[in-house]
Write a protein that binds this ligand. Structure first.
Ligand SMILES: Cc1cc2nc3c(=O)[nH]c(=O)nc-3n(C[C@H](O)[C@H](O)[C@H](O)COP(=O)(O)OP(=O)(O)OC[C@H]3O[C@@H](n4cnc5c(N)ncnc54)[C@H](O)[C@@H]3O)c2cc1C
Length: 440
């Protein structure tokens, strides 16, 4: 049966659900189509043997826009902030990470002159307006602010932690520094994982009349650049119609769904967007061999380790530990699964020797998209207000926000796309009303 909806949202991840939650109190009929069997996209959490595994390490900026938007929507974010600091590793040598005031003065990584320089740089970051750095890469900015090789490495490490991007020569300084600023405000690890955000958004949407259809891939979005609704061809053979479409897939899927014939002036830009990727080893243990080691990063090797369950309830058994080991892939990297797995396991061996004997569950994903866009200089000029240049087709998702990526980008763009739909409706209602008044 042919169905017509006011708004069809393609994708049931954070961006799609935030858009739906902003739209649900309008009179518009809303349908979310999700190709996966379950909802949540990359914010989903899998329960394995009583342990809650996010898809790799997930931390929400405490002072970011995403938290603010979620709280505005009535989403409860229960969890705790990990303590600042931990270990930085250079090959086999361990240093105290100079991320908190005490550690700044005790770390052997920096000599006394560098300590003062590092404090000055952290202060500079906290005061800087990142938008002023729009014309340079993160590497160019770092070369301007320090001559010290160690501080340069520290800034790369902090950049990876805050953005997941391991390409300082490519990533725009403006986005990198803006995310570092957010990260310096602390993060939250969530009880029950990020699925709790999705489930709350989903329940609110359903109660308000939003329809959600999972296991349904949108194959094609047909638009004829007129006032006619979009026609969407689905994997189950159905065709549905939508006055507005909010697409939250990646940029390449969007191009594919629109096909060659759609006039899309931004097509070349969308086609060259590259994702930020990494490898994750998610592990649940009955106990930590070394309970003092809770956070570590490689300084020269792009590696991350953190025990999330110390701060968030991620297991049905309070004594179990849930941790994530992660490798940030470089853009040109061809992830070789077995050797990356070995690298991550060896990193964990050094931090938690003998961990293998305590394993309850583990999951290794060699090559996963963390964010759909590695933000580059000038992107913000092409990504304006979730618009696609096709009227009534809006894009949302972690790649579509001009100034942010990750969940920050996904959540702000979901809100923005919904706002555009509402504005368009208001404009149209006003025009209709004006027309009726003139006719009288
Ligand atoms: C390992 C890892 C660690 C991360 N850590 C953090 C972190 O610490 N902090 C942070 O802020 N962010 C983090 N992120 C990023 C964050 O999870 C994502 O940015 C966010 O979840 C993306 O939401 P989205 O809605 O834009 O995209 P998605 O979650 O990908 O949602 C898009 C949805 O669209 C569906 N879809 C695609 N094509 C179609 C189609 N044709 N038809 C129907 N449905 C379709 C997909 O199945 C998917 O469910 C991490 C991600 C990963 C993978």
């Amino acid at each position: 049966m042919t169905q017509t909806w006011d708004v069809v949202i393609v994708g049931g991840g954070l961006a799609g659900y935030v858009a739906a939650n902003y739209l649900m109190n309008t009179n518009l009929s809303i349908l979310i189509l999700e190709k996966g069997k379950s909802i949540g996209g990359r914010a989903r959490t899998n329960k394995m043997n009583g342990q809650y595994f996010n898809l790799g390490p997930h931390a929400l900026y405490k002072k970011g826009k995403a938290r603010h938007i979620l709280e505005y929507l009535g989403i409860h974010l229960n969890g705790k902030s990990p303590k600042l600091g931990g270990i930085l590793m250079e090959k086999n040598v361990e240093y105290t990470a100079p991320f908190s005031p005490l550690e700044l003065f005790t770390t052997g990584l920096l000599h006394s002159k560098e300590r003062l320089e590092w404090i000055a740089i952290l202060l500079k970051i906290s005061r800087i307006n990142p938008e002023k750095l729009a014309n340079q890469t993160f590497q160019q900015w770092i070369n301007q602010v320090t001559q010290s090789k160690t501080i340069e490495l520290l800034l790369y490490t902090l950049g990876r932690l805050a953005t997941y991007c391991h390409a300082p020569e490519k990533i725009s300084a403006s986005v990198a520094v803006s995310h570092i600023k957010d990260a310096m405000g602390g993060v939250l690890y969530l009880d029950g994982g990020w699925q709790t955000i999705i489930d709350q958004l989903h329940n609110k949407a359903i109660v308000s009349g939003v329809h959600v259809q999972s296991h349904t891939l949108v194959k094609q979005i047909e638009c004829n650049h007129t006032e006619d609704p979009f026609k969407l061809a689905l994997s189950n053979g159905e065709e549905i119609f939508g006055k507005y479409v909010i697409c939250t897939t990646g940029p390449h899927e969007l191009i594919h769904m629109l096909g060659e014939t759609a006039s899309l002036p931004n097509r070349d830009f969308l086609a060259q967007i590259t994702p930020v990727k990494g490898a994750t080893l998610d592990v649940a243990l009955t106990q930590l061999p070394n309970p003092k080691k809770l956070f570590a990063m490689g300084i020269t090797d792009p590696l991350y380790y953190s025990v999330h369950s110390t701060y968030a309830r991620l297991s049905d058994h309070s004594k179990n530990a849930v941790l994530h080991v992660f490798k940030y892939h470089h853009l040109d990297e061809n992830a070789d699964g077995p050797s990356v797995k070995n690298e991550l396991e060896q990193f964990l061996d050094r931090l938690q020797p003998g961990w293998q004997q305590y394993v309850i569950s583990r999951r290794f994903i060699p090559d996963i998209t963390v964010s759909q866009r590695l933000p580059q200089i000038g992107d913000e000029l092409k990504l304006q207000c979730s618009k696609t240049e096709i009227p009534r087709l809006y894009m949302a998702g972690d790649w579509t926000s001009p100034h942010s990526i990750l969940a920050e980008g996904a959540i702000s763009s979901g809100k923005q796309a919904a706002k555009e739909v509402i504005l368009n409706e208001e404009r149209q209602n006003y025009a209709n009303y004006d027309g009726r008044v003139s006719a009288i």
